[in-house]
Design a protein around this ligand. Sequence first.
Ligand SMILES: [Zn+2]
Length: 206
Amino acid sequence: MEMSSKLLERAVAEISQLPGIGKRTALRLALHLLKQPEEQTQELATALRKMREEIQFCRQCHNISDIEVCGICSNNLRDKSIICVVEDVRDVMAIENTGLFRGIYHVLGGKISPIDGVGPSQLNITTLVEKVRSGGVKELIFALSSTMEGDTTNFYIYRQIKDYNVITSAIARGISVGDELEFADEVTLGRSILHRVPFENSLKGL
Ligand SMILES: [Zn+2]
C-alpha cells in the first residue's frame, strides 16, 4: 500500500501485526486515531506501554497481576487446597465470572502441542508438580479444553502427580468437545465445575 506519509505507513504496519487485523483495517484504525483528539491517542499509547512494562505474572499461579501475588492467591477466603488447572488467563476470567469456584488456579500458559513446537518445558508445569509434591493440595481440577492437546497436557500432568495423595478431577463436559473454555457460557461452565468427574473416568476412552 503506497502512502503519502512514512509515519502513517509505520503505524499501519505495526497495527496490522495484531491478530485478525489486515492492512485495510489497520489503515482505518490509524486514520481514526488521527481524527481523534491527540490526548485520546496519547492515553491509548500510555495504557499500552504501561501494561507492557508493569504487568506481572503471579509468582504462585502465573495469573496476570499488577502485584507479585495476584488477588486470588492472596485472598484468605479462597481454598488453597483446591487448584483449578487452566490453559491461560482468559480461562481464569471465565471461571471467575461464574462465581462458583472458591479454590485457586494454576495457569499453564498453553498446552502441549508438538505440531506448534510447544513442549512441557515451555509451560508452567514444574511449579504445579512442585506444589503438589510439597503437600497441602487436596484436589487438582483439570479445566483445559477437551482437544487432543488439552487431553495430552492433562495426562502428562496426571502421570507426574498420580502417586501423591491428591484427588484429580476434570470439569464435566457440558461443553462440547473442542470448545474453548472462554467461549462457554457462564451457566454451563459453572455447572461443569460443580459436576466435575474423577479424572480417571476420562481416561477410559483412551
Ligand atoms: Zn495467583
